[in-house]
Design a binder for this molecule. Structure first.
Ligand SMILES: Cc1ncc(COP(=O)(O)O)c(C=O)c1O
Length: 395
């Protein structure tokens, strides 16, 4: 069979047809390659330093004080309060902690539960490509169909006519990731208005993935839910992993109307039911940290972004400077390369660095074949060493 990555794949025995072709996530493949070869891992997006001590201390205190059993199904009360306070503080969005918030096992579970709860066979989901890889798998698990609209470098804008054309009478929801992985794009107010107007015009639900909301260097992150007509049709999803540099804790959340939260909770309760009991109150502490903390994480990451962007440019790539997130995408063609997947598979042996091929985030393979993503969320000395190694590509 032809896989969704355009390569011939053997069918996986026993695996349902809906998931054939998904294989192992590229992050697992590339992280395993990093461990195997001892290469510097600029593939998967996780920091190599811990987040705020106050948040870690709160988790330890929660464990020590016996908060280790199943928390309430919707999440512990102080975290639900803290999430609502956060949405009001940063965006002026009001949610009721009693029935408009749901704590999930990372944003990943929130996205899965939302798609499983809100779509099914016969429904279409519109999303932008490149897209975070779990979207395609969740849409497939739901039995729905995805229709993609391409974001193209260098600016990674989209053609509003293409978005309009992707919407059909079967479209049930639109899935939006901003700030965007892997491009580092922050959707502009004009682009978000276009998206919002189309959702209202076609009576679509929206699911937003905002996990990089606090890692913005240029521009401003505006939740789609703040646009006219969107508050009550948007399931806003975010998580603590990237903001607090505790990606392994997997604390995420969903904010929406009581009806939408009830629907998402119906699916979520049969996925994990609950998770991360002692980490939930700790993240409540994190969400209450002062403005200086939030400004500090963005400034710190912006400096790393600059370091990586400069180094990748010196190494000979065409670099698309990101406005947000952990990631920088490059075009490998100036180095005489054309296939990002082959390039990434050979990179550890060639120069001891791991990156991720963007093609895995595309339906239209030709749009992403020559693009590769590097993560900047590492200590400066690690970035410098990776950049030093990558200079070898020029010789
Ligand atoms: C766009 C996007 N959404 C969701 C996630 C997963 O978030 P979590 O770790 O909270 O499940 C990631 C992680 O890399 C991501 O990049």
């Amino acid at each position: 069979m032809a896989g969704r990555r355009g390569r011939r794949l053997l069918a996986v025995p026993h695996l349902t047809g809906r998931l054939q072709g998904f294989g192992t996530t590229i992050f697992a493949e590339m992280s395993a390659l990093a461990v195997e070869t001892g290469a510097i891992n600029l593939g998967q997006g996780f920091p190599d330093t811990d987040g705020p001590a106050a948040v870690a201390d709160a988790a330890i205190a929660a464990i020590r004080s016996g908060r280790n059993q199943y928390p309430p199904g919707t999440g512990c009360p102080e975290l639900r309060d803290a999430i609502c306070h956060h949405q009001r503080r940063f965006y002026g969005l009001e949610y009721d902690p009693a029935d408009e918030v749901l704590v999930t096992a990372g944003a990943t579970e929130g996205i899965a539960a939302a798609i499983l709860a809100l779509t099914g066979p016969g429904d279409e989901v519109v999303c932008f490509e490149p897209y975070y890889d779990s979207y395609a798998a969740c849409i497939a698990m739901a039995g729905a169909q995805r229709r993609v609209v391409t974001l193209r470098p260098p600016g990674y804008g989209f053609d509003p006519a293409e978005l309009r054309a992707a919407i059909t009478p079967r479209t049930k929801l639109l899935l939006l990731n901003s700030p965007h992985n892997p491009t580092g794009k922050v959707f502009s107010p004009e682009e978000l208005s276009t998206v919002a107007e189309l959702c209202v015009e076609h009576d679509l639900l929206a699911v937003t993935d905002e996990v990089y909301e606090h890692l913005v260097f240029e521009g401003v992150h505006l939740p789609l839910a703040t646009f006219p007509g969107m508050r009550d049709r948007t399931v806003t999803i975010s998580s603590a992993g990237k903001t607090f540099s505790y990606t392994g804790w997997k604390i995420g959340w969903v904010c929406a109307t009581p009806e939408l939260v009830t629907a998402v909770k119906t699916a979520k309760q049969f996925l994990t039911y609950v998770s991360g009991a002692p980490f939930q109150p700790a993240i409540a502490v994190g969400l209450g940290l002062p403005d200086e903390f939030y400004a500090g994480i963005a400034a710190d990451l912006a400096a790393k972004r600059d370091r990586l962007v400069d180094g990748l440019t010196r190494a000979g790539f065409e670099v698309f400077r990101p406005a947000a997130t952990y990631f920088t995408t490059v075009d490998i063609r100036p180095l005489g390369e054309s296939d990002g997947l082959d390039f990434c598979r050979s990179l550890p042996a060639r120069c001891g660095v791991v990156a991720v091929p963007d093609v895995v985030f595309y339906d239209h393979q030709s749009e992403g074949r020559h693009l590769v993503r590097f993560a900047c969320c590492k200590r400066p000395e690690v970035l410098d060493e990776a950049v030093r190694r990558l200079q070898a590509l020029r010789s």
